[in-house]
Ligand binder design. Structure first.
Ligand code: BTN
Length: 309
């Protein structure tokens, strides 16, 4: 949001405040105050004007200005009612040179999952991509997937749903998939240029709206419809806080939230299948699996929890 518009909104939220007083305080004309108020109203903010000034009577449910308002992280939000893929759009935003931007959509028509799979994204879900430019080597990129997993699991738990993380990036409830993460990046040998972390969270949807190729669930099914603005803001605040912390903080939080550690697993890796007990995660996000032939450190793969041998 335009910084002055943000100040006008903050002043009204603390209101009642008169137009002339705001103009003087922000050092802008009364006409400019009026223009900002009208623009805010167009964006869905309910601003009442009475003799003692403007007051804020309501905020929009969802959308860019709603998500930026009261967000405790310095992200700009670009919102679309409908778009092919927020990851695709975030890549374009990266190519335009921006950073610290979140692309959010109510509906995706070409949502993408890992391993070139499609990701069903009907209206009512939380489909977003976070664009950042961390000053770290590409080898550190996997930690951002873990950051997203922890941030998503915590935001979901704050809504009362006991979600867990399956390595590396599935958020599940009782073994059913609630959310997935798709991380993409561009960089050179020693530096990430940009990183796009896409998060798809089945929020206010019926399970029947999802393809059914794997056990899946939604927040609606688990707890009823949620206020998506609150969930997204929690998720982004957690994401930002962890991204500013040492990677060990994320790994510790991830260990607390995962149900993969201690499980017998089968992991399909680019170099073959590994079966054994998942015992830990190591920086920047590799899974340690104890097999009959010793301990393996797995950096990428599709993981399946097996029943105990
Ligand atoms: C997975 O396969 O588990 C990852 C799914 C990631 C889906 C999200 S939805 C928002 C963002 N835009 C996309 O096209 N994909 C990701």
């Amino acid at each position: 949001m335009h910084p002055t518009r943000e100040q006008v909104l903050a002043a009204i939220a603390d209101g009642p405040v008169g137009g002339p007083a705001m103009a003087a305080r922000l050092d802008i004309s009364r006409a400019a105050v009026w223009n900002h108020v009208e623009a805010l109203r167009k964006n869905g903010f309910e601003i009442e004007s009475a003799a003692d000034g403007y007051t804020l009577a309501g905020i929009p449910d969802y959308g860019g200005p709603a998500l930026e308002y009261g967000l405790d992280a310095p992200f700009e939000v670009e919102y679309h009612d409908e778009i092919a893929s927020t990851n695709e759009r975030a890549r374009e935003v990266a190519a335009e040179g921006h950073s610290d931007t979140v692309v959010v959509a109510d509906k995706q028509t070409g949502g993408r999952g890992r391993l070139d799979r499609k990701w069903a994204s009907p209206s009512g879900g939380i489909w977003l991509s976070v664009l950042v430019r961390p000053n770290v080597p590409p080898a550190q990129a996997p930690v951002y997937t873990l950051i997203a997993a922890v941030a998503t699991a915590r935001a979901v738990r704050a809504s009362g749903v006991e979600a867990t993380i399956k390595w590396p990036n599935d958020i599940r409830v009782d073994g059913k998939k609630l959310a997935g993460i798709l991380t993409e990046m561009e960089g050179e040998a020693d530096r990430i240029s940009w990183l796009v972390v896409g998060i798809g969270l089945n929020a206010n949807l019926d399970v029947e709206q999802l393809p059914g190729d794997q056990p899946a669930t939604t927040l609606r099914a688990e707890t009823g419809d949620v206020d998506r603005r609150t969930v997204v803001q929690r998720l982004l605040t957690e994401f930002w806080t962890l991204a500013q912390s040492p990677p060990e903080t994320t790994l510790d939080a991830w260990r607390e939230l995962t149900d993969t550690i201690g499980q017998r697993v089968r992991v399909d890796t680019p170099t073959g299948e590994v079966v054994g007990e998942a015992v830990d995660i190591t920086p920047p996000g590799a899974l340690l699996v104890e097999t009959d032939d010793g301990t393996r450190e797995i950096t990428a793969g599709d993981c399946e929890h097996l029943r105990p041998a």
